[in-house]
Each structure stands twice: as C-alpha cells, then as structure tokens.
Design a protein around this ligand. Sequence first.
Ligand code: TXA
Ligand code: MG
Length: 337
Amino acid sequence: MSVARILPISAEHPESGPLAEAAAILRGGGLVAFPTETVYGLGANALDRRAVARIYSVKGRPAFNPVIAHVASVDQARALAASWPPLADRLAEVFWPGPLTLVVPKAAVVPDIVTAGAETIAIRVPAHPVALALIREAGVPLAAPSANRSTAVSPTTAEHVAKALGGRVDLILDAGPTAVGIESTVVDLTGPQPRILRPGPIGSAALEAVLGPLGDETDVPARDAPRKSPGMMNRHYAPRAQIILFQSDRRDGVAEELRRAMISGVTVGAMLLGDELPGHHVLRMPDDPAAYARALYAALHQLDDLGCGLVAIEMVPDSILWGGVRDRLTRAGTRAD
Ligand code: TXA
Ligand code: MG
C-alpha cells in the first residue's frame, strides 16, 4: 500500500495553501481526509457520483450504507433537501455547527449513491474551522463517512487515517486530534416523530429540551431485526483484538480469564475505570463521559498497535450522559456474525 500524503494545517486558523490544494483535489473528483470536531472524515464532492463511488470502494463500505453530506450553512443544507421540516430549523439553530446529523427528504440534485438509493439524506454542519473552510473553498457539499475501513475503529488523528487508508486517499489534512472523539448523533426527521438513529455526543435529554418527547431510541438491534439506520451494524467500531466487555461486578472472573490468556502467550490489554486487572497494557480511562469519548478510539487504536489479542473493557455507567460511549463500546464488543 502506498504512503499517504499528509499536509499539516492549523486547527484554529487554517492556512489558505493547504485549503486551496485540498479543494482543488475535491473539485477534480478526488478524496481528501479532513478533521471534524467528532472524527476525521473521508471527503468527496457529494454532487459527483464517481467521486462518492470511490469513497465506498476505499472504505470497503457496503452499498446499502449511506453517507453524510457536510455543508457550511443551513442554506446549503436546504439545497440538498426536498423539503425542510420546521423541526430541522429549530435543531440547526441550537446545535449547528455541531455533532448533530439530521435525516430529511432528499433533493433530486443529490446522486442516489450518496443516500444508498434512499429517499432521505443525512446532513450536518461540522463545528471545525478546517472542515467549514474546506467546504466553502471547494464550493460543494462534501460527502464524508468516517475515514476508516468499514466496521473498523474510527480515526481521531491523521495518523489513524494514514494507518487505515494509506495512499488510497489523495490527501490527508492534519489538524491534530479531534475534540469530541465519537461520531455525531443522527436524528431522523422524516417519520411521525423525531427519533435517534445513532446515539452520540448530543444526548437525548438535550434533544428533548428542544423537540419534546422523542420516538423510540435505537438500541443494538437483534441479529435479524430490520435496521432503522442502515449503518448500525451490530459489529462496528471494532479493533482487531477480541473484546471482553464486562460489568464491574464481574471483575474477579475477568481477572482469571486474563491471567489464563497471558499464560497461553496472548498479549492482553485493558481499558479500566476502577480497580486494576492483570494485563500487559492497562489503560486507565477518564471517568467523565466527554473526556472518555475523546480518548476512546485512540485507546482502541493504541492497543491494536501494541499487538493485543485480547482486550478487557470495563463497561461505563448506565446513564443518559454515557449513552454515546455505551453505544460504541457495545458495538466494539459485539463478535462478528
Ligand atoms: O461525526 C460524524 O458523523 C462523522 C464525521 C466525519 O462527520 N461521520 C460519520 O459518518 O460518522 P459515517 O458514514 O461513518 O456514519 C454515518 C451514519 C451511518 O450510521 C449511516 O447509516 C447513517 O449515518 N445515515 C446516513 N445517511 C442516512 C439516511 N439517509 N438515513 C438514515 N441513516 C443514514
Ligand atoms: Mg463510520
């Protein structure tokens, strides 16, 4: 695999040189990985069918899983929507730019490949100066899933992107680690009631403060249950290592399991909130949900890089504020079908 081209860029005051170069690549149908406040995205011109097709092939993403269109303003969002529900305006006013993705009816200008053939489109305005400046400079909306291989751990640094995608992307803009660390909350506004398709940094309480009661929240679906959000495969955000996701009261049993694995030669890692466990690489995780989210994917990437075959992860508290992190841990810990 060829080596990725990485251009440094200031996170607060993006320089015009790297922006112009990245925008030219995007206008020419190429792929640019860029930082958002959540994770790094793999961007292409959302109005260019062939460019978006390259995203699917580079990620190994199944054709049924639609991508998010990133725009720099509500007006640019409305141009991609067949209709714009009043609730979208209310949410945009409060949460944009920010880690909230809205699913609305799709306009005809959007190629079908962006939405995987669906009549709805997912749109957000990211809260990152580089992402916003890049969208404006390119002059087009950017289709951008997370810049990782399908079902693998999302990237929160340019190095994570380079490791996963290498030279298959034309350019990586490197503005350092992302601030939020897990992907945006996805809210569907096309049904009778708004509902959360993917839990994330903006929790249900914050949404309900604006919207009133939400429809049923997505849970990890049963194996054959129909998928509300096509991207919510059970197995997702998964490192190469086998994961043991455990509740604190099972600590003793897990300690025994880890000891046995170490004796048989397996490199063992752990991500803990409470007491120590045996392991070669034991990471202490933050006990605050926002700090945990920021650290989560970097920890999973690090344990993979250290060659861990088995990683024990202590489950986080069962409260609304931990919803986004709980969701990602559960998916990382689900064994492949
Ligand atoms: O924070 C984020 O959202 C990051 C950054 C790069 O913006 N992007 C991201 O994209 O996580 P991706 O493609 O990895 O996840 C998009 C999610 C998937 O779960 C997908 O199924 C869902 O959004 N989605 C996209 N379009 C949809 C649609 N029309 N209806 C329902 N769900 C949709
Ligand atoms: Mg993703």
